[in-house]
Design a protein around this ligand. Structure first.
Ligand code: FAD
Ligand code: DLZ
Ligand code: SF4
Length: 509
């Protein structure tokens, strides 16, 4: 009998993982390792590291109870080789094994590192996702534009979710039109289910505090789910309390409420504690019972079988160079306020404070506040990419990079987005309560107190006029600009220049 190692990574904590399905618990050894190379290749938020280590330890414990041989390496183990390939080589020598089974990692960096080892490496498809690489490639082939909406419809047909025969429930594929309600200050949402640290979590928190306490982000209070049972309870809590209003307030932002009606399950989905299909089935069942309206159920399911799958498809289709794209040739450094330095912009302060506290910000904050600012200001997209990869508990490259490099920064030149996601302060004012307390005035278009988003919006559009002027979805913006008085235009662009110069000089904006 050949001894085999079964590698299970920190974001592969799913009992039905393809590598575990292929393995034999009587003869194979599962290898799991907390390693410096994964924890340090970017400076992850301490909460993200704690989530992964605690969930890994508990998953390993469960595997042992289920009868598996598990070789688990803790970060502070003196024999720890410091990297996944290093740990595999060490365990291969220990167990006299040459063959490794592993479910394909979600990052090119690690796929390449595994392929480079001298071991007999078998990479199995990650079938926790609905669409295989071949299926996505087949869908993308011969299409001029890779728009998510059409991919999503195929996934609805494939899964049968919210389908009546071959027709979508409610007569429409997409109910987004009903999902644009702005935030009201008295909006009351329960927020996510929180879990008290148990001894395993507490031990991990102490380790992370010592090893990664200097990284950006608050380690405590820590309340994430770290087992499948807890994650299922968090999902159930969301479906009961928040899903009914998820659709209505999906794009809303409130200074005092980071979570609103969002699910806060992406960290659990992305490390494997939940599977996408079971999450969608829970939402569909709530709709069928009459507990949630169609716009909520459809909107939520679209995020998962549509956007989430589509992003992964793009990441693997476009290849390892995708993360380095910079179609708009943006080179400015990321301003210090992304790391907590002071900014007078109330919307940015709220998004970054919440990120620091919770390793979480919801989609519109990521896209229309921090992402929008970085794009308008012309920040180097690679720095933006690394920031997002570091600060969010749900950030793994297969999903983070297409969202940041593609959707948010347009650095892929339009593979994902048909136009850049940019807006002036008016959008943020409509969807949030931030502008009421801001040092800047959202209604002011020029001068000292003008909202920076108002100034940078036009500066961005003018900088890139050659590229975007003929984009059918952007013509209106340029026509609005062309109708403005010349002296106003000069003032806007001069004020934007001053603002960018202050940013470059490291002054508070
Ligand atoms: P909800 O709003 O409740 O949505 C439900 C689920 O839908 C999420 O849990 C998630 O699994 C899925 N989903 C929604 N939108 C997307 C999307 N655009 N791409 C993929 N899945 C989606 N999501 C990540 O999981 N990891 C990331 O690193 C990440 N980086 C992002 C960076 C930027 C610039 C932007 C604009 C979006 C990013 N997203 C990322 C997508 C989205 O912001 C998060 O999935 C969402 O905020 C997670 O919180 P939630 O569980 O409360 O989501
Ligand atoms: C993100 C992460 C961290 C911080 N630490 C570990 C670790 O110590 N061991 C491990 O197996 N995985 C870790 N991960 C998750 C990997 O980085 C992840 O598998 C790859 O980025 C591919 O998605
Ligand atoms: Fe943000 Fe501008 Fe509103 Fe201030 S005024 S909160 S900077 S959009």
């Amino acid at each position: 009998m050949v001894n085999r190692l079964i590698l299970v990574l920190g974001d592969q904590l799913t009992p039905s993982l393809s590598a575990l399905r292929e393995a034999d618990c009587k003869t194979d050894t599962v290898v799991m390792a907390e390693v410096a190379s994964e924890a340090e290749y970017v400076r992850h938020h301490p909460k993200k590291i704690a989530l992964i280590f605690a969930a890994m330890r508990k998953f390993a414990g469960q595997l042992k109870q289920d009868g598996w041989n598990v070789a688990y390496t803790r970060l502070d183990d003196p024999d720890n080789a410091g990297s996944i390939p290093g740990e595999l080589l060490r365990r291969a020598a220990e167990f006299k094994a040459q063959t490794v089974l592993v479910t394909e990692p979600g990052e090119w960096r690690l796929i390449e590192a595994l392929r480079d080892t001298p071991l007999d490496m078998h990479l199995l498809p990650d079938d926790r996702f609905l669409a295989s690489h071949a299926e996505f490639e087949g869908w993308a082939r011969d299409r001029k534009q890779l728009r998510m909406e059409y991919f999503y419809r195929d996934m609805r047909r494939k899964t049968g979710l919210l389908m009546e025969g071959d027709k979508p429930q409610g007569g429409k594929w997409n109910f987004d039109h009903d999902n644009r309600k702005p935030a009201k200050a008295d909006l009351f949402a329960q927020g996510p289910l929180r879990f008290e640290p148990d001894p395993v979590v507490s031990e991990v928190l102490d380790l992370v505090e010592v090893q990664f306490g200097e990284n950006f982000g608050d380690l405590r209070p820590f309340w994430f789910a770290t087992t499948r049972e807890q994650a299922l309870a968090a999902l159930n809590h969301f479906v009961t309390h928040s899903l009914p209003r998820f659709g209505d307030y999906q794009d809303a932002m409130l200074t005092e409420d980071p979570f609103l009606y969002h699910a806060v399950i992406s960290p659990y989905l992305n490390i494997g504690l939940l599977t996408p299909l079971e999450v969608c089935e829970a939402a569909e069942a709530a709709f069928m019972r009459g507990d949630v309206p169609i716009n909520a159920a459809e909107g939520f399911i679209r995020q998962i079988i549509g956007w989430r799958e589509y992003m992964r498809g793009i990441y693997f289709l476009e290849g390892p160079s995708y993360v380095s794209r910079n179609a708009l040739e943006h080179t400015r450094d990321l301003p210090g306020f992304f790391w907590g330095a002071k900014t007078k912009m109330a919307c940015v302060t709220a998004a970054i404070d919440q990120t620091k506290k919770h390793a979480y910000a919801h989609h519109i904050q990521r896209l229309m506040v921090t992402g929008n600012f970085a794009l308008l200001a012309g920040i180097d997209p690679h720095q933006v990419h690394e920031w997002y990869l570091e600060v969010y508990a749900d950030a793994f490259e297969w999903v983070e990079a297409p969202n940041v490099v593609g959707m948010s920064q347009f650095a892929d030149g339009g593979v994902i987005a048909s136009k850049p996601y940019v807006s002036s302060g008016a959008y943020i004012n409509r969807m949030s309560d931030h502008c009421k307390t801001c040092a800047y005035k959202v209604s002011q278009k020029t001068g000292e107190g003008a909202c920076p988003f108002n100034l940078l919006y036009w500066d961005f559009l003018l900088r890139h006029r050659d590229r975007f002027a003929n984009n059918a979805r952007m013509g209106n913006m340029y026509r609005t600009w062309d109708r403005m008085k010349d002296d106003h235009k000069v003032q806007v662009l001069d004020d934007a220049k001053v603002l960018l110069a202050r940013l470059d000089a490291g002054q508070a904006v």
